[in-house]
Design a protein around this ligand. Structure first.
Ligand code: FAD
Ligand code: SF4
Length: 512
């Protein structure tokens, strides 16, 4: 055997760089389903099922393409349980002359594979991942010499460099950013007729995986009754087509809105397909731009959507790979509380959190605002240790891969990197949630109250957060107003906030 081409669960693309020069006569593909990937964080059933179902379908695609494959199944009695041990065992058996891999998405996995290559004395050819517009080297060059990093400038550079939504060297429509036209809440009548989600009935392969996950990971969080994610490239392309035609026109307008019991709204639900490489971001961006040029979607929506992929998605990857491994341990606010146990069950009487957690556990999905301004915001203001928050986000979502999850959680949501990802902590009272959703109408708490038995925990914790970090935040020009407001509180008011916050931390408030 000449080369063993390692394919990880998030590298499911027949055209990946790892396959460049692949010769079926001398090379073979290696894939392994190992329990470690579902237990190093307490991976939810939807997340594990997503990866395994997509891997098994990819194995079929490899067979159809005539590429020899060594695929260790999770339930095989000979399974070694970890990627490293399995690879080591298969190298001993297959005796390849070299190892080839497309650059992995996890720092941990890269280290493990490098260590196996070294122990085995085999050359390891790590190839650029073509699923990104920007290489890690290019990002490092962009970041070099800048005092602070901001997504906005990075994004503009990418628009110019790749000629996306540009007109004669200028941004389409004369502006880089149309946020002011976006981000509305739904009116009192709700979202109305939202197009049905592109759901895919599990076939026999996926049904086997669902049964396996339900038995092998029975005590893991989440449910599989409504599993309908795209698990093949064909399905992912269908999901993309459906989004562009039906949801994209209203994506921007309702990007930040929430509605109880409707997880899908006008979002694309393409993150898992993108992260597992069933879709290439270029085809997603191109399809969105084409819809704008054909007059099928307004510029504000299309720009807002493209910004997420060409901007945020590329940016967080650059941060991850230029800052790891130290990044994972950052804790700029010295947060040390435990994550409440009900994050894993949804058993809380805070209506907004209950809804976000219920759909997270049912589908492995929540939209960005629920992740940032509901589950993330609460953990930030409660003061939960960022590494615990990180373990939760990496475990529960079908799209969770560390390169994208970690900077979003630790940086954007928890401010644990001290302002590298975002220029200020995203903190708000319950009134933000009240503006963006009708949740507060059905909640026993009142977002307008800061103290007392009906005070919304978000509102109490907002003031408590500002009080706890007053000195640090006073130096942040973007926090001036908020810090001024907290400075106005009397000693009695401060004490009342602290007492209520202490009750919330002890779990006397917010339990279902
Ligand atoms: P849409 O709203 O339709 O957006 C379109 C696409 O843009 C997404 O599919 C995604 O690929 C990309 N995108 C949007 N926002 C971001 C972002 N902030 N960073 C990177 N890409 C983005 N995204 C993940 O893919 N995996 C994660 O594990 C993950 N963890 C997150 C944790 C926290 C605390 C927060 C605040 C955000 C996280 N995100 C993560 C980003 C974002 O919330 C999800 O990408 C998005 O909600 C996925 O749903 P969608 O496909 O319907 O996205
Ligand atoms: Fe959430 Fe507070 Fe509104 Fe209840 S009152 S739904 S806890 S924001």
């Amino acid at each position: 055997l000449r080369n063993l081409v390692i394919v990880l669960g998030d590298q499911l693309d027949l055209d990946a760089s790892g396959f460049d020069g692949f010769d079926a006569a001398t090379d073979a593909v290696w894939m392994a389903e190992v329990v470690e990937e579902s237990t190093h964080v307490w991976s939810s059933k939807p997340r594990t099922a997503m990866f395994l179902a997509a891997m098994r379908h990819f194995a079929l695609a490899l067979q159809a393409a005539g590429r020899p494959l060594h695929h260790m199944l999770l339930d095989d009695a000979a399974n070694c349980g970890t990627l490293a041990a399995q690879l080591q065992a298969d190298i001993a058996r297959l005796r390849p002359a070299g190892l080839v891999i497309t650059a992995p998405g996890d720092w941990r996995v890269l280290q493990a594979i490098k260590a196996v290559a070294q122990t085995s004395g085999l050359p390891l050819d790590i190839r650029e991942d073509r699923h990104f517009y920007v290489t890690v080297r290019e990002f490092a060059a962009h970041a070099k010499g800048r005092k602070s990093l901001r997504m906005e400038y990075f994004y503009r550079e990418q628009r110019q460099r790749h000629g996306v939504l540009m007109q004669d060297g200028q941004p389409e429509g004369g502006q880089w950013n149309f946020d002011a036209d976006n981000r509305e809440a739904f009116g009192a009548d709700g979202p109305g007729e939202v197009p049905a989600r592109a759901g895919f009935e599990p076939d026999a392969v996926t049904r086997d995986v669902i049964a396996l996950v339900n038995s092998r990971f029975a005590d893991h969080p989440g449910q599989l009754d409504s599993f309908a994610w795209p698990v093949t490239r064909e399905q992912a392309l269908q999901a993309l087509e459906g989004f562009i035609a039906q949801r994209l026109p209203r994506f921007g307008r309702y990007q930040d809105a929430m509605w109880p019991g409707d997880p899908w709204l006008y979002h694309s639900h393409l993150s898992a397909a993108l992260n597992l490489k069933l879709l290439n971001p270029r085809e997603v961006v191109t399809a969105a731009e084409a819809a704008y040029r054909a007059g099928q979607a307004p510029l504000a929506s299309v720009e807002g959507f493209i910004r997420q992929i060409l901007g945020w998605r590329e940016y967080v990857r650059g941060i991850y790979w230029t800052r790891m491994p130290r990044y994972a341990d950052l804790n700029a606010l010295d947060a040390c509380e435990d994550l409440p146990a009900w994050y894993w069950t949804g058993a809380t009487d805070m209506a907004c959190l209950r809804d976000a957690l219920a759909q997270t556990l049912a589908h492995g999905y929540a939209n960005h605002i629920q992740r940032l301004m509901v589950t993330g915001l609460f953990a930030l203001m409660l003061g939960v240790a960022p590494q615990q928050v990180h373990s939760w986000y990496l475990a529960v979502y079908v799209d969770a891969v560390e390169w994208v999850e970690l900077p979003n959680t630790l940086g954007m949501s928890q401010y644990a990197d001290g302002g590298l990802m975002g220029s200020k902590p995203y903190v708000a009272t319950g009134k933000y949630i009240q503006r963006m959703s009708p949740h507060c109408q059905d909640c026993r708490y009142d977002p307008a109250q800061r103290t007392g038995h009906r005070a919304c925990p978000f509102t109490t914790l907002y003031w408590d957060f500002l009080m706890r970090h007053e000195a640090r935040l006073a130096n942040n020009p973007r926090m001036v107003l908020q810090v001024k407001n907290v400075a106005r509180l009397s000693d009695e008011q401060r004490q009342a906030v602290q007492e209520r916050a202490a009750q919330i931390r002890c779990g006397h408030v917010g339990h279902g």
